[in-house]
Design a protein around this ligand. Sequence first.
Ligand code: 5AD
Ligand code: SF4
Length: 485
Amino acid sequence: MYNDNPTIKDLPKVVDEAKQGEVFGSEFAPVQPGTKQFYIESYGCQMNFSDSEIVASILGEAGYGPTRDMEAADLILVNTCSIREKAEETVRKRLRVFDKVKQRKPGTMIGVLGCMAERLKSKFLEEEKLVDIVVGPDAYRDLPSLVAGAEEGEKGVNVFLSREETYADISPVRLQSNGVTAFISIMRGCDNMCSFCVVPFTRGRERSRSAFSIVAEATDLFDKGFREVTLLGQNVDSYKWENPESGEVVNFAQLLTMTAAVDPDLRIRFSTSHPKDITDDVLYAMRDHENVCKYIHLPVQSGNTRVLELMNRTYTREWYIEKVNRIYEIMPDCAISSDIITGFCTETEEEHQETLSMVEFARYSMSYMFFYSERPGTPAARKFEDDIPLAVKKRRLTEVIELQTNISRELNAAEVGKTFRVLIEGDSKKSDQDWKGRTTQNRMVIFPKVGQHQPGDYALVTITDSTSATLFGYEVQPGSTRTNG
Ligand code: 5AD
Ligand code: SF4
């Protein structure tokens, strides 16, 4: 579920959601004087960031405008993550900061949204006295009335998990947008029961959003100048939507084809894939459409069959290897990335070695790597002892990170001399004399601004240099591949 959110992808290899607090502000939605204002910080996966855009839309309808200034806000919201303990600790620290604001400005409402709200429910109100409302991921439509109740002194909780809610009719407010790349949520929830994972408990059952509303959102984004959409879901490959009128069922391969048809200049990405669900049809749809990016986030979690079984991943090492082979067979230029957990319950040194050899084998372009963090209520917490000492988990994690960094460096070095079509996202972080963009394989490319480009243009860039995280190059025939503006 982590791929190319700009706030995530630029971080070092070990991604800790806890560090990804992102403030949504009012750049694209100026607030009218006198309007009530909300401030929102988001943590966790892209789904959470996408949800915050839905929340902004719902609050906008209720007369609230966004602000970047916490002190100016009437309503402070934090969209939370529960995936690892550290993510929850960060949220609690942020609540201390919000508390200070509330002390200075009594009457400020504080709301906790997202996975931690869902996990802790009304316990949040007992544990954190300053919190006024607690709202789970499927209850955001209820936010305005919960806020109104809280203003009357009635603390509110809605953590109802729905089997239907997809927020399909809500147009997300694209806050903090670069105007080029956007997320489209295509499904919610997760029916897999990976034993380490809290998500099925915090986000409920899987449900898919109307294919028509997804294509309409992609078309609207393209018309507004966006050139890349990422179709988001906890497990996009199990997308399945039945047209209530015709009874026709749309699967993920078909949805990819439908969105690819919006415009050849609209790039399509997706995240996350569960290895068990990604079909040949999806791979063919990727191969057959130039604008479907050649990049798959295919979390392996562990390279050892026994550990995979304990994790309830429902595939073996050999089966995953076959899947990787199939991807490279159908799309030799496809990049694959992964999520990896070290030190899961009972993992031996030999089993850890198999994770290392999997990283070597799969040639991941990058990975998000974590040490195991027991989550209350998950099958692993109930059934297994969290018996690997923290120091061992961390040492194993360091080994995986070092190997992955070397492989990323080698793979990037192998791109030197090649020419790629790069979608320009904006100025490079280090210099406004350089552009930053991405290849279809999701590799970041930095190149000097020569021709007359703007973000959202495509440029042909020949690679001259690389690091483990970035490619550097120069534009061939500057300005010759403008596609908009
Ligand atoms: N401990 C450590 N990492 C976890 N992940 C999910 N649950 C846990 C946990 N309990 C990782 C998995 C998943 C990614 C989003 O977070 O690798 O794919
Ligand atoms: Fe996203 Fe999972 Fe964190 Fe919820 S717990 S915000 S689904 S990563």
